[in-house]
Write a protein that binds this ligand. Structure first.
Ligand SMILES: [Mg+2]
Length: 145
């Protein structure tokens, strides 16, 4: 499955740290046969990929549309539609389907969201859905809460 991770507040904190478990979870998802992509509304974040040594784990880096999500994929050079997205921005998750995560800010925070993301992806691959309340089906309506 083609899984797209957002950058700011999803895998990267305000202090430039990676969310705990990011490397382990991306590694596991890749080992399971998924393709991991990194995208951001701020553009192609190669500097983050390089700084945190994510390159061996990912299949591409793109700019993320922040509105008219499906319509703008072409314009931004995203060559296919994401099959599953992980984002702290609920509208993106509702548009493509995936996991909404609470924003991550600082390394000191206790955070097990990456384990939860991994479980939801596994649920989705096995059953096409997930019971977890942070899972959003493609085409969900917002507001989500
Ligand atoms: Mg974000």
């Amino acid at each position: 499955m083609k899984i797209f991770f957002d950058v700011d507040y999803t895998i990267l904190g305000l202090d430039d740290s990676l969310r705990p478990g990011t490397i382990e979870t991306l590694t596991q998802l890749k080992d399971d046969g998924n393709e991991i992509y990194i995208w951001s509304g701020m553009g192609e974040r190669w500097e983050v990929v390089e700084k945190h040594n994510l390159k061996p784990l990912i299949s591409g880096v793109y700019e993320k549309p922040t509105h008219h999500f499906h319509e703008r994929l072409d314009e931004l050079g995203v060559p296919f539609e994401p099959e599953f997205v992980i984002d702290d921005y609920p509208e993106v998750v509702a548009a493509f389907g995936g996991v909404w995560v609470p924003p991550y800010f600082f390394k000191r925070s206790f955070d097990q969201e990456m384990d939860r993301i991994y479980r939801i992806v596994r649920d989705f691959i096995a059953t096409g859905t997930s019971e977890d309340k942070q899972y959003r089906a493609k085409g969900s309506t917002v507001p989500l809460f």
